[in-house]
Design a protein. Sequence first.
Length: 292
Amino acid sequence: MGLEIRRLHPLFAAEIGGVNLSRPLDPATVAEIDAAMDRHAVLVFRDQALSQGEQVAMARQFGTLDLGLKKLKKQAERMEHDEIIDISNVDTDGGIADRESRKVVSNIANQLWHSDSSFQRPAGKYSMLHAVVLPSWGGETEFADLRAAYDALPDGMKAELEGKEAEHSALHSRIMLGDTGYTEAQRAMMPPVRWPLVRTHPGSGRKLLFVGVHAHRIEGMALAEGRMLLADLLEHATQRPFVYRHEWKVGDLVMWDNRATVHRGRRYDLSQRRELRRTTTEDRPAAFESAA
């Protein structure tokens, strides 16, 4: 029996029914989900009651798991598994984290348009975010389709961007928001990486505009000029027609392709508990090079 697929947006994003992610998936179902990701880029699975271990096991069926910025942190964690990224405003004692804490700043940085782990090589492939506790309002997640964004560029801009590369930095957004207390050793652990602004997705074969807040300069351009171009491109890519807004329900698991989308969280009451758990897979080395 194939996946039950219901489109959520004219361009991308779909809800998937008939799958229990707490159980091992057979190879045919994994292949179907991969194919649906190539087509829709964002998949919503409702009513998934997942333990932390079950979420890690599910994610591993789609590739090697990535720790992201957890590589820089030497501190106590709430999660039972290193592979789970704690997207919450809860401190290690189980209380609501202080608004000035690094954890809350990190949550606020997630409200900027970004692609998970674009600041490293290999970058992130799929992210899977599971809703456990939700506040009374806010906290939605928005996704923008970078393939549709490229398609809508004027021909002159497409030609101008060919061959250009942007440098992505792990700490650019955090430092911009005032989280500056990183040591030189921590900064050296994640040196900037460069990615082409125009890429061809290895699964769908579609060209896309690879932008986001981690991109902070364009190779070969003056810093100011490059940053303004990046800002203009991100503004273009996140226009309302290209955006799907997900309103969370407890038990939702949303899976998205970081190579085809950017995303951001929305504001919520930081005095209310919000707990989501993320797992992210690494992209295959040279995936885009083989797709070019």
